[in-house]
Ligand binder design. Structure first.
Ligand code: ATP
Ligand code: MG
Length: 238
């Protein structure tokens, strides 16, 4: 466990009923890292993020953000503490306009930060500006993913947690999302990115944690991971 980490998950176990999904999981993210949480289908990527967010409270272990214990708090308080969560199913309001979805989410960060504004997220995703007066439910899958990310940014989080943002999207849209994550990396945002798509992670991440069957099996920076064919073969190939 690294003392200078911003987000620290320590010894976390989590269950769905009697079925254990996470086993003594450790994860730490420093400010400015884009940490890819990579693993196969059912490895526990979404469960890890849900556990951090308090959607599935951990049965054991702790979650700290900037030294503050979060485990046991309800999800809205964890969000307020500085974690911005973009769930797998995006959860936008389909009957509200694009702009209303952004307005609803407009909140200062924990220390009053107002880094993200509606014009700034429109600059990031110009298609959302074009579609701003239309219902969010009419957006394509890729545009909805962009709106889900933009909406979460409007809460000015300290750490952004993205659950498989590339899933099910056309290659051109995946490419656009990758470019945005590379911008985030350059700007020094702190991101936890759950992904099955290793090539996407190799483009955007600074560091990698590999999860298999609910446990961490590898941690390293992106260059070490890139060079480690054994890990890729053992835990990630089909
Ligand atoms: N709501 C649930 N109820 C019961 N078991 C669940 C539930 N959600 C996930 N699981 C189980 O927990 C384990 C981890 O699932 P999880 O969804 O975290 O994996 P994942 O790495 O996100 O996979 P994917 O790439 O398919 O999104 C799996 O065995 C899965 O079957
Ligand atoms: Mg998942």
């Amino acid at each position: 466990m690294s003392a200078d980490a911003l987000l620290i998950v320590h010894g976390v176990s989590a269950f769905y009923g009697s079925s254990q999904a996470l086993f003594n999981l450790n994860l730490s993210i420093k400010a400015g890292q884009v940490m890819a949480l990579i693993g196969r289908n059912g490895a526990g990527k979404s469960t890890t993020i849900r556990t951090i967010m308090g959607v599935l409270p951990p049965a054991q272990g702790s979650v700290h953000l900037a030294g503050r214990a979060l485990e046991g708090l309800p999800p809205y308080m964890i969000a307020r503490a500085g974690l911005g969560y973009v769930p797998e199913d995006r959860q936008i309001f389909p009957n509200h306009t694009v702009e209303e979805n952004l307005e609803i989410a407009d909140k200062p960060g924990l220390r009053g930060a107002r880094d993200w504004t509606i014009p700034r997220v429109y600059d990031l995703f110009p298609i959302l500006r074009e579609r701003r007066h239309g219902p969010a439910g009419r957006l394509s899958g890729g545009e909805q993913q962009m709106l889900a990310i933009a909406r979460t940014l409007m809460g000015n989080p300290d750490v952004l947690l993205l659950d498989e943002p590339s899933e099910g999207l056309a290659p051109i849209i995946v490419n656009r999302i990758a470019e945005v994550l590379i911008d985030f990396r350059r700007a020094g945002l702190t991101v936890l990115l759950a992904e099955q798509n290793m090539h996407f992670c190799l483009r955007v991440a600074t560091d990698v944690t590999v999860i298999s069957k609910g446990s961490v099996v590898y941690e390293g920076d992106i260059e070490a991971f890139r060079a480690n064919d054994d890990v890729k073969l053992r835990y990630l190939s089909a």
